[in-house]
Design a binder for this molecule. Sequence first.
Ligand code: SF4
Length: 193
Amino acid sequence: MGLEEKLPSGIVLTSVEKVVNWSRKSSLWPATFGLACCAIEMMATGAGRYDLARFGMEVFRASPRQADLMIVAGRVSQKMAPVVRQIYDQMPEPKWVIAMGVCASSGGMFNNYAIVQGVDHIVPVDIYLPGCPPRPEMLIDAILKLHDKIMEEPLGANIRRRERPDYQPRELVASSVRYSKDGKKAARAGSEA
Ligand code: SF4
């Protein structure tokens, strides 16, 4: 459907909030990285058959500083946890996270000491996508659900929240620190953003 059909009279009445959210959801740029087998499905989603470019997302960015969507595609090992967190910290606001697959969402079948039992121990997750692996159609569905979520986000909510006198910054601790025996940050020396 072209703009002409959407705008038959040539006049648009809307709010700044809707325009900003529309432009944000229409130009999500994912960070380029994959952690395990789910990444193959993510790559397939970006290729010609499924064509993520339809949603303004063909630009998988090599630098997290140019990305606003993190697709955690695969299981997160304890060793990778600080790295994933660092990539997240380097992404500019506003930013969103999709946990792709059962491993990223909950550790999945890897219920052991080597795997983080859900990437939400490290970064805040917006969409959990089940499956092992989720097919490209499922990833696209998750992305479209994220679009809906972005369209509902009130403008300036994060700024207003930070300006409240009772605001306490939420400390997101990498699980390699959270579950270390002594809980010391030194456990991930050199991994701070
Ligand atoms: S959910 Fe399945 S496909 Fe995805 S990383 Fe885990 S084992 Fe691999």
